[in-house]
Design a protein around this ligand. Structure first.
Ligand SMILES: Cc1cc2nc3c(=O)[nH]c(=O)nc-3n(C[C@H](O)[C@H](O)[C@H](O)COP(=O)(O)O)c2cc1C
Length: 158
């Protein structure tokens, strides 16, 4: 799956992304660490609120953090490097689904938190493009409204 995920358009072959696998026994430890950080930020939160938070962090047995390491480059804009990291996330979703798993691209506060970044060993300039949660499907995914193409497509007429 990671091989498929890494097979994305990558202008300049910079490989401006990397993976951190959070699985096995470390998966539960990761949730605990996130909860500790969350509690330190939400000291007044009730146990019920903590359980809601835990249910959001505690989903699939495998999480792959896709890390963007886009950096200033003389020819390749940072924007294009970040888009490439997004493509990695989507490819990983497709790879997981094609292999029969369920997968979801999540961010939430942990993707933007300096302490979580330290916990994951992110280096200066690195950031989370997505936490890709992967597991065995428990139920059919809920469909939701999709964009009305007529409202977002125009034909360029010069
Ligand atoms: C960058 C990014 C971050 C996302 N983060 C979250 C999130 O934190 N929580 C959430 O419920 N959905 C999040 N989503 C949306 C889900 O990945 C997904 O689109 C949604 O669950 C519906 O799935 P579907 O589009 O396959 O029907 C995020 C999507 C993207 C592109």
């Amino acid at each position: 799956m990671l091989r498929i995920a890494a097979r994305v358009p990558d202008h300049g072959k910079l490989v401006p992304w990397r993976f951190i696998i959070i699985g096995g026994p470390e998966r539960a430890v990761f949730t605990e660490r996130l909860m500790e950080i969350w509690r330190s930020r939400n000291e007044a939160a009730s146990e019920q609120m903590a359980e809601v938070e835990r249910s959001k962090r505690d989903g699939a047995p495998l999480v792959v953090a896709v890390v963007s390491r886009a950096a200033e480059h003389p020819k390749i804009p940072v924007w294009e490097q970040q888009l490439s990291a997004g493509a990695v996330c989507l490819n990983l979703l497709h790879a997981a689904h094609a292999a029969g798993y369920a997968a979801q691209w999540l961010t939430g506060w942990p993707a933007y938190d300096a302490e979580v970044a330290r916990l994951l060993g992110l280096k200066e300039g690195e950031r989370i493009a997505g936490f890709i949660h992967i597991g065995t499907p428990a139920e059919a995914p809920v469909e939701r409204d999709r964009p009305d193409l007529d409202s977002i497509v125009v034909r360029w007429v010069g």
